[in-house]
Design a protein around this ligand. Structure first.
Ligand SMILES: Cc1cc2nc3c(=O)[nH]c(=O)nc-3n(C[C@H](O)[C@H](O)[C@H](O)COP(=O)(O)OP(=O)(O)OC[C@H]3O[C@@H](n4cnc5c(N)ncnc54)[C@H](O)[C@@H]3O)c2cc1C
Length: 303
C-alpha cells in the first residue's frame, strides 16, 4: 500500500521535476555513490578493502532515443574498461530498457551482446536487472540468448513477488545459471504478484532454496535479517559450498550486516549505483521503507 502510494505519486510530472532538481540534497546521496564513475570507483575501493565485492550500476532506464541507448552501451563498456584498469573487484548490473529494449529487441540484444563480450574479454560478469512485469518475458529471453553464448559472463534476476517466478526458476535451472533473487521493487497488480508481504517473504525463501538445490550460483539479495538467518541455516544443513552463493545488498542499506557476513567468510557484494539519472531508483528506495520518507522529510526541513 505504502509502495503503491509512493510510486504512484512519484510518477506525477511536478513531483518528478521538483525531486530531480533538489533530490540529491534531499537524501538521494545516501543511496547513490555519486554523479561520476570516478566517485563510484572510490566507493568500490572502500568496499573492496573490507572484503566486499561490488556490482556497479550506471543509473538510467526506459530510454526513448537510439542515441541514449548508444550512450548507455558506451558508458558500460567504459565502466568495464575502468574496472579492469583499476583492478577493482566489481561486476556491472544493467537494465535492458536503458539498452533500448523499449525501442526494439534487436537494439537491446546488440548492446547487451557488446557489453557481455567486453566482460568476457576481461573475465568479468554482467547482471541483467529485472524491471517491471511488462518486460519480464523479453528480459528472460534476451538473457537466455546471451547466456547460450557467454554462460560464465551473464546472469539474471528473479522477483519473489511474481507468481510466475518459481516456474521461471525451474525453467532456468535446467542447466545451472547465475541467478540473483530479490523480493521485487516495482508496482505490480494482484493478478500477477503476491499482494501480502508474508507471502512474498515465503516465496523468497522457497526460491533461494530451490535455486541452491539445483546448483545455480545464487545471489541472495536482501536486507531481511530473518531471511538471511534462514538461508544461513539452510546452507549449513545442506552443505552448500560458500562459493556457490553470495549475499548482496544495496549501497546505503545495512552495510554493517553485510560486513559481518564478509568477516564470517561469506561472499558479499554491494550494488552501487552512480550517475545523474537517480530519480526512479531513489523513489523505489523510499517506497521500500516508510522510515525513508521521514529521512527525506528531515532533509527537506533542514533546507
Ligand atoms: C543487490 C540488490 C539488487 C536488486 N536488484 C533488483 C532488481 O533487479 N529488480 C528488482 O525489482 N528489485 C531489485 N532489488 C530490490 C528488491 O527487490 C527489494 O525491493 C529491496 O531489496 C527491499 O527488499 P528486502 O529484500 O531488503 O526486504 P524488505 O522486507 O523490504 O526489507 C527488510 C529490511 O531491510 C531494510 N530495508 C529494505 N529496504 C530498505 C531501504 N530502501 N532503505 C532502508 N532500509 C531498507 C529494512 O530494515 C527492512 O525492514 C535489489 C535489491 C538488492 C539488495
Amino acid at each position: 500500500m505504502f509502495r503503491q502510494l509512493i510510486l504512484g505519486v512519484g510518477n506525477n510530472w511536478l513531483v518528478a521535476h521538483t525531486m530531480q532538481q533538489y533530490g540529491m540534497q534531499l537524501g538521494a546521496k545516501r543511496f547513490v555513490a555519486g554523479a561520476t564513475l570516478d566517485e563510484a570507483i572510490q566507493v568500490v575501493l572502500n568496499l573492496n578493502e573490507k572484503g566486499i565485492g561490488v556490482t556497479l550500476d550506471h543509473l538510467g532506464e526506459s530510454v526513448t532515443q537510439l542515441a541514449e541507448a548508444d550512450l548507455a552501451r558506451e558508458s558500460y563498456l567504459r565502466m568495464l574498461d575502468v574496472i579492469h584498469q583499476e583492478g577493482v573487484n566489481s561486476h556491472v548490473s544493467l537494465k535492458l530498457t536503458m539498452m533500448g529494449l523499449g525501442l526494439s529487441k534487436d537494439v537491446a540484444r546488440n548492446n547487451l551482446k557488446q557489453i557481455v563480450e567486453r566482460a568476457r574479454e576481461y573475465g568479468n560478469f554482467v547482471r541483467i536487472d529485472m524491471e517491471d512485469s511488462h518486460v519480464t518475458t523479453d528480459t528472460l529471453n534476451l538473457f537466455l540468448e546471451t547466456w547460450a553464448q557467454y554462460p560464465q559472463h551473464v546472469g539474471i534476476v528473479l522477483q519473489a513477488y511474481l507468481y510466475r517466478s518459481m516456474d521461471d526458476l525451474k525453467m532456468l535451472s535446467e542447466t545451472p545459471k547465475n541467478i540473483r533473487i530479490v523480493k521485487g521493487a516495482y508496482m505490480e497488480p494482484q493478478s500477477i504478484a503476491f499482494p501480502s508481504k508474508p507471502d512474498v517473504d515465503d516465496n523468497y525463501v522457497r526460491l533461494v532454496k530451490y535455486s541452491m538445490s539445483r546448483g545455480n550460483f545464487t545471489a541472495v539479495a536482501t536486507h531481511d535479517e530473518v531471511i538471511i538467518g534462514q538461508i544461513l541455516r539452510y546452507v549449513k544443513e545442506h552443505n552448500i559450498p560458500r562459493d556457490a552463493f553470495e549475499f548482496q545488498m544495496l549501497y546505503g542499506v545495512k552495510q554493517s550486516v553485510l560486513e559481518e557476513l564478509a568477516k564470517d567468510g561469506y561472499r558479499a557484494r554491494v550494488y552501487v549505483p552512480w550517475g545523474r539519472d537517480w530519480y526512479s531508483y531513489y523513489l523505489r528506495r523510499i517506497a521500500e521503507r516508510p522510515a525513508n520518507l521521514l529521512f527525506f522529510a528531515r532533509n527537506l526541513t533542514k533546507k
